[in-house]
Structures are given as C-alpha cells and as structure tokens.
Design a protein around this ligand. Structure first.
Ligand code: GH3
Ligand code: MG
Ligand code: MG
Ligand code: MG
Length: 313
C-alpha cells in the first residue's frame, strides 16, 4: 500500500520510512505540510503518517485538508508528549491513531501503520461495494421504468394498449370534471381488414397496422393519446376537445388514411385502405367512461352500416 510520511525532521522521517518500507509499504516522503498536500492532491494516498508540529502548515491543518479532499484516507499523527492534547483533538477530527515521540519501539510504528492500512483497505472495499450497489440500483430503476413503459404499450404497434387507454380516459374525465372543459374520443376500425389479410396474408396485415399507427401518431397533437384498442381497432383520446373539434380531427384522419398509398391497397374492395370512426364527447354523450365509449362504439357501428369510410358523431 502507498503511504505518505510527513515530518520536518529528516532523521525521524527516514527512520519511519525505512521501517515501513521494510514492512512492504511504498513510502513517499514530504518535509512539510504544504509539500505533503501538493503530493496528496496529485495522488490521494490511502494512508498518511504526519508529524503535528512543523514550520508552516501543522499536522492538524494537513489532516483537515486531507479529510476534506479524501474522507477515506487514514491519517496517523506523530506527536511528542508535550502535545498529547493536540493528538487527542486530532483523533476527534478524524485521525485514525497517534504515535508518541520518541518512539518506544519501531515495532509500534509497524503495528499502528499496519492497523491503519487494514482500515484503509476495508474502507476502500466498503466504498467499492457501495458504488456497486448504487450502480446496480440505478440499473434496476432503469429496468423498472422500461418494464412499466412496456406494460403500457401494445407489442405490435408500440401505441398505448387497451389497459393504459382505460386509465388515461378515467384520468381525463376526472380532469374534465375539475376544469369543466369537455374531452372527446374517436373510436376507429379498419374497413374490410379481413379482406386485406386474405389477399396479402397476416404478416402484411401486421405491417399495415404498424404503418397505420405511424400515420396516426404523425397526425396527433402532443396532448392527444393514441391506443390500439384491440385487433384492427384504434382509439384516440383528445383532452380539452369539444365535439366539433374532435369531428374535424377525425375527419382529417379519415381523409389522410384514404389518401395514403398503403402497399397493395389497389387489390382491396374499394381500391384503397379506409377507416370508419365514431366520435363521442364527455360529458355530452355519457356520464362516465363506459357510457362515452359505448356511444363512440355505437356511432362506429353506424358508420360501418352507412357504407364505411365515414365519421359519425
Ligand atoms: P369491417 O369493415 O366491418 O370492420 O370488416 P373487417 O374485415 O375489418 O372486420 P372483421 O371483424 O370481419 O375482421 C377483422 C380482421 O382483423 C380479422 C382478424 O384476423 C384481423 N386482425 C385482428 N387483429 C389482427 C392483427 O394483429 N394482425 C392482423 N394481420 N390481422 C388482425
Ligand atoms: Mg516537528
Ligand atoms: Mg374492421
Ligand atoms: Mg373490428
């Protein structure tokens, strides 16, 4: 382990250095607090042994700077009997231990440094484990967010799914009750989709549903929500939107789909791909989500029976 020995007395410094080098430490020496701090800022050593009383920066000031810079570093103080009080205050300020000069035995230096090194190792290990834990935790949070997002989406089209739509509609109606402003839904179904599947096959039918979803998304305002209600049925939730505005949005969408050059549309019964839409608003068409949905569904049914490729409100 790397260790920084700081003392303004060269003899003492080299005694400590020699003992600890023999113990296997990689020792770097500094002759003042300032020099030690400069070395430390370049490279924070896990272990520092410093004299207290030095010309210029004291060992106590050095200790404070080191702890501020790198709280995990272990600092051992060297002091004469005369300043034992200072040594004790150093302990209170985060020093690991102190050695009293003149040293009773060199073994004591080894023992204290050895224990401090062990503590430094454990602290570093703890830090690493804590970092790992934090990394794992934030990865878990990301996965959790992705799972939540996936649970709201339809697998084929990536639009919101039926369940999320139901939740969003309930929320929107509650908001509508608070604000007193209406909201609307547009319930739509692809016309003659069975024929499309029959002529082009199910995989191409899937592709058409995906392209239609993209087209839906491209036509929406950012406050609107598009969901795949099931099969070839889609639904739009239009917050803060009265019936007339919803009809305009639905009509624009119907026209857009009719004009879109979906692959293979010329082989369809009407020579193109079309959708029928039923529009209903809250609170005009129902007292709750279920009623409003039923109302839109009924209008969709009328659109189908009225010849398809229509918006009924
Ligand atoms: P209508 O104009 O009355 O709505 O006629 P339609 O043919 O669209 O309605 P019908 O209910 O008879 O058929 C719907 C078809 O949609 C049948 C079903 O196989 C197909 N379908 C439902 N979900 C999917 C899907 O995820 N992928 C594909 N390719 N087809 C689907
Ligand atoms: Mg001194
Ligand atoms: Mg259909
Ligand atoms: Mg259908």
């Amino acid at each position: 382990m790397e260790l920084l020995v700081v003392d303004d007395e060269e003899t003492l410094r080299s005694v400590v250095s020699q003992v600890l080098s023999a113990d296997g430490f990689e020792v770097v020496e500094a002759a003042s607090g300032e020099e030690a701090l400069a070395i430390f800022k370049e490279k924070p050593h896990p272990l520092v042994i410093t004299d207290i009383r030095m010309g210029g920066m004291s060992g106590i000031e050095l200790l404070a700077e080191i702890k501020r810079h790198s709280p995990d570093t272990q600092v051992v103080i060297m002091t004469s009997h005369a300043s034992l009080d200072t040594a004790l205050s150093a302990i209170r300020n985060g020093a690991y231990d102190y050695l009293v000069k003149p040293f009773e035995s060199l073994d004591l230096i080894s023992a204290v440094a050895g224990r401090a090194a062990e503590k430094a190792r454990l602290v570093a290990q703890n830090r690493e484990l804590l970092d790992q834990l934090q990394r794992a935790n934030s990865e878990l949070q990301e996965v959790n967010c992705t799972l939540k997002e996936m649970a709201m989406r339809d697998g084929l089209t990536a639009l919101y799914n039926h369940r999320h739509f139901q939740e969003a509609l309930a929320q929107e109606i509650a908001r509508s009750n608070r604000s007193g402003r209406p909201c609307s839904i547009a319930f739509m179904d692809v016309d003659n989709f069975k024929a499309y599947n029959d002529t082009h096959g199910h995989p191409d039918g899937d592709k058409l549903l995906r392209r239609l979803s993209e087209l839906l998304m491209s036509q929406l305002r950012c406050s609107d929500l598009a969901a795949r209600y099931g099969g070839e049925e889609f639904v739009l939730l239009l917050p803060d939107t009265p019936k007339q505005a919803a009809i305009r949005i639905a009509e624009a969408l119907r026209a857009k789909v009719e004009q879109e050059h979906f692959p293979g549309r010329e082989r369809q019964p009407l020579g193109r791909v079309t959708i029928s839409i039923g529009v209903a608003s809250y609170p005009d068409d129902g007292n709750d989500a279920k009623d409003v949905l039923a109302s839109a569904d009924q209008r969709l049914y009328h659109a189908k029976h009225g010849g398809r490729n229509k918006v009924i409100a």
